[in-house]
Design a protein around this ligand. Structure first.
Ligand SMILES: Nc1ncnc2c1ncn2[C@@H]1O[C@H](COP(=O)(O)OP(=O)(O)OP(=O)(O)O)[C@@H](O)[C@H]1O
Ligand SMILES: [Mg+2]
Length: 348
């Protein structure tokens, strides 16, 4: 009875706790939070100074007793306490916008595919201490596929490749479950590091992560472009410590990224090799779907299509597909029951 009563008044939440971005979705309003997964902490007092967008502005500019913490690394929680505080902060922000009575909400949270029991429990516990009444965990690949409106509960193969900041998750889904999968701890952050390394080796130029990410987004690509792109990059000359600017082009950045891109492509191929033939036939018909921020890298879809001989599509709004898929489950108990992460079924 109380469950129903709470259910009626509380705002249940769908959360994509990403390495790079945290998104929160409510049934009533859709996506209500979409901010970087960063928290700025005063190390002397343990006080939280800023979270999300506000915290991002401070990265690299803090004095020594103030730390900018990214509580998730490679898709999993690395700092439990800070994660809990971050979730709490975002939930308060959601609830402060409304005048309704808001008892403890139910939360559905996306988790990576190859997460350990301990890592799973960390997600559950941090959500509970942040105020969740009940926590359901769902695999992010499944959520991304649901967000892309793929027929996940039918007897047909859906292949989804989600390239985030920390992990690339490759999954073949059929009849509400993941049939074959591969999870790589290689995604957008590694691309950025590849660019940092390239700039150091080729130009003796030291650049930060933010600059590297800008280069990737502005001129990065996985396949040769029709029109060449170039940009000026500023950093520190490692030889004399002084500021220096160099101009780089898409060919150079493609070279910097090629090893990582090939690793992702090889993993997709390996996953296809492990997939039962009937399902491979389906994938050949349906194509491969790309989601996550990494899906936006120029020409990645084309390169993957050429390597696999299968058509590749980028899902609509790839940066929000996981949270939108998780959000759909807030109001679809039947589908939620079918697609909960393994080991979570008894939670209902
Ligand atoms: N236009 C773009 N081109 C290339 N990469 C992009 C683009 N836009 C965003 N990205 C990259 O996408 C990544 C973030 O994607 P996303 O928000 O899906 O990750 P996440 O869900 O936080 O991480 P994870 O799923 O690994 O925990 C970042 O590495 C970012 O640099
Ligand atoms: Mg993600």
């Amino acid at each position: 009875m109380f469950g129903n009563l709470f259910g009626k008044f509380s705002k249940d939440l769908a959360i994509d706790l990403g390495t790079k971005n945290t998104l929160v979705y409510t049934e009533e309003k859709g996506i209500v939070i979409n901010e970087p997964s960063i928290v700025v902490v005063n190390a002397r007092t343990d006080e939280i100074l800023a979270v999300g967008e506000d915290a991002e502005k401070m990265v690299g500019k803090t004095p020594s007793h103030i730390r900018a913490v990214k509580p998730l690394v490679e898709g999993v929680i690395s700092d439990f306490e800070v994660t809990e505080k971050m979730i709490k902060h975002f939930i308060n922000k959601v609830h402060s916008d409304s005048f309704t009575i808001t008892p403890r909400p139910r939360m559905i949270i996306g988790i990576p595919l190859d997460i350990t029991e301990v890592e799973k429990k960390a997600v559950e516990d941090s959500a509970k201490s942040a105020g969740a009444r009940k926590v359901h965990l769902i695999e992010e690949s499944m959520a991304a596929a649901i967000g892309a409106r793929l027929p996940v509960s039918e007897a047909v193969a859906n292949m989804i490749v989600d390239i985030g900041g920390g992990t690339t998750e490759i999954a073949v889904i059929s009849l509400g479950g993941v049939v074959t999968s591969r999870s790589l701890r290689l995604a957008g952050d590694v691309f950025d590091n590849n660019i940092i390394e390239y700039m150091r080796e080729e130009f003796n130029l030291l650049i930060g992560n933010q600059v590297a990410q800008n280069i990737k987004i502005k001129i990065g690509s996985a396949t040769p472009l029709k029109d060449s792109l170039e940009m000026e990059v500023k950093g520190r000359d490692l030889l004399n410590g002084l500021p220096k600017a160099v101009t780089i082009n898409d060919t150079q950045i493609r070279e910097a990224l090629s090893k990582s891109i090939n690793q992702i492509i090889d993993s997709v191929k390996t996953t296809l090799e492990k997939t039962p033939p009937e399902l491979v036939a389906d994938i050949y018909e349906q194509g491969i779907y790309l989601s996550g921020g990494g899906a936006l890298l120029r020409g990645l879809d084309k390169e993957l299509a050429e390597a696999t001989k299968i058509s590749v599509r980028i899902v609509d709004d790839p940066l929000t597909s996981v949270v939108r898929g998780t959000g759909i489950l807030l109001n679809d108990a039947e589908l939620l029951d079918k697609v909960l992460a393994p080991g979570e079924e008894e939670e209902l």
